[in-house]
Design a protein around this ligand. Structure first.
Ligand code: 5CA
Length: 451
């Protein structure tokens, strides 16, 4: 992609109301534009990152056996009356009336609708287990939308819903989602720690939040140091082996890890002082097991092996891809800008032409651009006539993993400069070597994060 053909409306300075670094950087890097309080347009660079996050989430949901659907954003109030949540949800729910004066709402979550889909089609335990998910916009009229897309009113959510015949298989479904979340965040290039959580308005008896550690996180986090360095199961993890999956969950929940809401000071004192990590965290995922809370009032039943109908056991599993984009920035940036994990970076390489209009430099850039794209690398070619300093600052700001810098002086010696955004290391090398380094990196990244 040539920068001159792209739409990257960067800002010199972030508006003063942007309080946290991810919000400032997302505005400055032209990723999002605010349209109303807590409501944003996603501009090309931001959208590209969010789509990559979504795709990793989708692949790991599919791997764990969940099946994708797409439910509408607008729901009928009647469904929510059946579960009793229409009144409970209060002012957070955006209520709408259609032309026939029928009460509707913009979905804040989809337990009721998915239960309705289930009860319309599934009759027998033989069709279970079943896990259906979608990736769809939600609306919650938060009292205090803030921090940009971190706490928006309109936000993207992947929500999955599991259906099982009994408590034991429902727990196994919960554990599969738990493990798929470990894999998802690992592929997103961050450490997200699962912590015992409160169930809030979703309800239920078993719940974990997944938190990314960052100074600006809204939750206070207490955890054992060894929670930060546990090995994540590989892509070959066998989701059909319930005992294996339960074992992974047991291992991951054996150490102390709680947010302030669930913190237990007595248990905390049992953790050796040197192992105590007290930090702040951002909740990026939340999973719930709530049994028959929705299936019972909504009549979602299945016939068991003995022919008797029982209400189906359910759980729900959320991740917010739009929030994840901001959380990744909170976890990985420096004074110059964003440092994207390779798996979600909007481009792989920023190709910087130091003397646009110089025949030899332009030709070298065009060749490199073509070659790198042929090897499967996504390149943003800065072909503008901006000054070199401005081009470097832009490349640092948007945080693409590599910068390939081409200028007439280096070219005379057959050299280009390759800079690694994360480490800051620079190397003057031949065009051939630069291509090799980048191609090897691409292959390694695919192996490490490709799943
Ligand atoms: N139905 C359940 C699980 S599917 C549910 O709604 N869970 S939740 O309320 O915990 O939300 C799931 C995820 O959505 C959160 O972990 C977070 O990543 C994201 N999320 C929730 N509220 C917001 C918000 N206001 N802005 C951005 N993301 C949000």
């Amino acid at each position: 992609m040539r920068l001159s053909d792209y739409f990257l409306p960067t800002l010199k300075e972030a508006p003063r109301e942007a309080e946290i670094v991810s919000h400032r950087l997302m505005l400055r890097a032209g990723m999002i534009k605010q349209q109303a309080a807590g409501i944003y347009s996603w501009l090309p660079l931001g959208l590209k990152v969010m789509r990559k996050v979504e795709q990793i989430v989708r692949e790991e949901q599919n791997r764990a056996g969940a099946v994708e659907v797409l439910m509408p954003t607008i729901q009928s109030a009647d469904l929510w009356r059946e579960s009793g949540r229409y009144d409970d949800y209060g002012k957070e729910m955006l209520r709408i009336e259609d032309r026939h004066e029928r009460p509707m709402l913009f979905g804040p979550t989809n337990e009721e609708m998915i239960t309705d889909i289930f009860r319309s089609y599934v009759r027998s335990y033989k069709d279970l287990p079943l896990n259906l998910y979608h990736i769809q916009w939600k609306f919650r009229d938060e009292v205090r939308p803030r921090f940009g897309v971190m706490r928006g009113r309109e936000f993207l959510m992947k929500d999955a819903y599991s259906f099982d015949i009994d408590e034991a298989s429902s727990r196994a479904a919960y554990y599969r989602m738990f493990v798929s979340y470990l894999r998802t965040f690992d592929r997103l290039g961050v450490t997200a720690i699962p912590m015992r959580a409160d169930t809030g308005p979703i309800g239920g008896d078993l719940s974990h939040e997944f938190l990314i550690l960052a100074d600006t996180g809204e939750s206070e986090v207490f955890c054992h140091a060894n929670m930060l360095s546990r090995a994540v199961p590989g892509s070959d993890v066998d989701y059909s082996n319930d005992a294996l999956i339960a074992g992974i969950v047991e291992d991951w929940t054996s150490g102390y890890a709680r947010t302030d809401e669930m913190h237990d000071n007595e248990l905390w004192q049992e953790v050796a002082e040197d192992d105590r990590v007290q930090a702040r965290g951002i909740e990026v995922g939340h999973i719930f097991h709530f049994g028959t809370k929705y299936s019972e009032p909504m009549g979602a039943k299945v016939a068991g092996p003995d022919g008797k109908d029982v209400p189906v056991q359910m759980g729900s599993y959320g991740i917010g891809p739009s929030r994840v984009v901001a959380a990744l920035i909170e976890a990985s940036h420096d004074d110059a800008g964003i440092i994207w994990p390779a798996s979600v970076a909007p481009f792989d390489v920023s190709l910087i032409n130091l003397r646009q209009g110089d025949e030899a430099t332009d030709a070298a850039c065009v060749t490199l651009h073509g070659d790198l794209m042929t090897s499967g690398l996504d390149v943003l070619y800065d072909d503008t006539d901006n000054r070199a300093g401005g081009k470097f600052a832009l490349a640092d700001l948007i945080g693409v993993p590599w910068q390939l810098i081409v200028g007439p002086r280096g070219l005379k010696e057959g050299k280009v400069e390759l800079k690694n955004r994360a480490s800051g290391e620079r190397e003057e090398i031949s065009m051939e070597s630069a291509r090799n380094v980048l191609e090897t990196w691409r292959v390694d990244m695919r192996a490490r994060y490709g799943g």
